[in-house]
Unconditional design. Sequence first.
Length: 165
Amino acid sequence: MRYISQDQLTDSEEDTRNFLVNLPLFDSFNVDELSVLAKHMSYVHLRRGEFLFVEGDKGNFMGFVVRGVLEVLKKAETGENIIIARLTKGSSIGEMALIDKSPRSATVIAKQPTTMVTLTDKGFDILTDKSPALGVKVMQKVARLLSLNMRRTSSRLADLLQTKS
């Protein structure tokens, strides 16, 4: 199935597509599908110390780290922020926002200048309206990614609980 001619991409969209093609999440997507997806994504640039989002913020996009380092912080019962993950090139963040649109469950801060490519919930809705099959394919990939993250988190929790007993 052919979606779009590659020469219709802007330089930014072409850069986005070229980044996506190297992510394992999109390994089953062809160049045309990635070109369509890239048209619905945009770049975000963060300075060191700048927040991508704060726990409790409205969740309305997901993103992938193009370059830089992000730290994911979760507020403990004591009020202290605990680092629960460090994200580098190729890592994704905010996938739940495309599914449940709930408030952010953690805070994300740039530990160094960071560039991300993002897909907003509105961009995803437009993509799905224009290319339903591609929207479903993206959602399947996001669901698999969330499932893998949940399995990893469950294993880490089990390990922590075992060390406490």
